[in-house]
Design a protein around this ligand. Structure first.
Ligand SMILES: C[S@@+](CC[C@H](N)C(=O)[O-])C[C@H]1O[C@@H](n2cnc3c(N)ncnc32)[C@H](O)[C@@H]1O
Length: 386
């Protein structure tokens, strides 16, 4: 496919998304029916679609319309690319611009320029203050790819050298001593020996930094209560090699790959449906808005509603209460979200501590996308001694 044909394909896919289809489903169906598209074409079309999803409002304003063609036009204009070089009607390229299209479109401002729904732009302003604008703008960009070096198997320098020998260039990152940012060949890395031998895992740098912040002292029995795919479980296994580590999730199906991933990483993890006894450390990486990770899952920012956020807050408070009951006296409950919204972060911590006078606040940090990784929040809540 030519660059222009990829633009046309992306515009058609965006039309399907505008009509209500989920982006992943639209891309999968297109991939199945477009045998002519090679892997580079598919990756490029996917990138265009996701760029527009991250910049849903600004591309429409700059392109002068809500449909796919206008949004792709807006994307090119925002990137400083002359649309006439691609909208030329040759082969499978988009048709040349009409006079009306040339006249339409303006520079986005306010919540349009931040690419947030109005109510979320207000929340960003009140919750993040001066960081609101940089955070909103960072969420319009593509996310970097990060690896976590598995210190159960190798040191960071050895992983870096092995990846380089396999054609994957990486660089250390300040967010975590185990993080490597992938600089080239990100798409081929799951086929490298470093990956298949469990030397590295795909994991955001701030997600790693969340685990780094948890105090390791006295963590003999450890429970990851919302383990999901096990990203933090495996990072905990490397950070606390002597601990007895248990993984739980309300939806056990989400942990189906965890035993295989743990084996590859050389980690010992017990998957449990019903945690029993007391734990020195419980991590509650709760379901949340995902607002810190909207670079990776941009549809989330357009789907989130105030009602859904209220529901999430109540789910988070219930999980916190359950997790508190598993923490041994003097133990730690690490509350984590991939959110930048105060309602899911500081407000939850404040309510938890107000209701439990015996507990105190330990190390805590809000990571923002402007730090380089995804937006994450973590607060260690320390239980009183009996
Ligand atoms: C943010 S994800 C966890 C991500 C995971 N910790 C990681 O690092 O890859 C939240 C998880 O919480 C689980 N969950 C939702 N409600 C829960 C509940 N009431 N109890 C335990 N887990 C729950 C979801 O199934 C989901 O897998």
């Amino acid at each position: 496919m030519t660059p222009a044909a990829r633009i046309q394909a992306a515009a058609e896919l965006i039309d399907r998304i505008v009509a209500g289809e989920a982006a992943e489903k639209a891309l999968t169906t297109w991939g199945r029916t477009s045998r002519f598209a090679g892997s580079k074409d598919r990756a490029a079309v996917r990138d265009h679609v996701f760029d527009v999803l991250r910049m849903w409002r600004s591309t429409a304003v700059k392109g002068g319309g809500e449909h796919g063609r206008a949004r792709m036009l807006g994307l090119l204009r925002l990137r400083g690319i002359d649309p006439d070089t691609l909208f030329d009607g040759k082969g499978h390229a988009p048709a040349p611009l009409t006079e009306a299209e040339r006249a339409a479109g303006r520079m986005p401002d306010g919540a349009d320029a931040w690419d947030l729904p109005d109510w979320l732009a207000d929340r960003f302003r009140s919750d993040l203050g001066e960081a609101a604008g940089p955070t909103a703008l960072a969420l319009r960009e593509r996310a970097p790819v990060f690896l976590r070096v598995n210190t159960l198997k190798c040191a960071l320098a050895a992983a870096r050298d092995r990846l380089a020998a396999e054609g994957v260039e990486t660089a250390p990152h300040t967010l975590s001593p185990t993080a490597l940012e992938v600089l080239s060949c990100a798409r081929g890395l799951v086929r490298t020996g470093a990956f298949t031998d469990g030397w590295v895992e795909l994991q955001d740098a701030a997600s790693q930094a969340v685990v780094d912040l948890i105090p390791p002292e006295g963590a003999g029995r450890v429970l990851d209560f919302c383990a999901g795919g096990g990203g933090k479980t495996l990072a905990l296994a490397a950070r606390l090699p002597g601990a007895a580590l248990f993984a739980h999730d309300a939806d056990p199906g989400r942990m189906s790959d965890l035993p295989q991933r743990a084996a590859r990483a050389g980690a010992k993890v017990t998957v449990t449906r019903q945690p029993e006894g007391a734990f020195d450390l419980v991590i509650a990486d709760v379901p949340c808005s995902g607002s810190g990770a909207w670079r990776r899952a941009p549809e989330g920012k357009w789907r989130l509603t105030e009602d859904r956020l209220t529901d999430l807050q109540s789910i988070q408070a219930d999980i916190l209460a359950t997790c508190a009951s598993f923490v041994a006296p003097g133990g730690c409950l690490a509350y984590a979200t991939c959110s930048v919204l105060a309602a899911e972060n500081e407000a939850q911590v404040a309510r938890f501590l107000a209701e439990r006078p015996g507990w105190r606040r330990g190390p805590s940090r809000q990571f923002l996308p402007s730090d380089g990784g995804d937006g994450f929040f973590v607060c260690c809540l320390i239980s009183g001694r009996a």
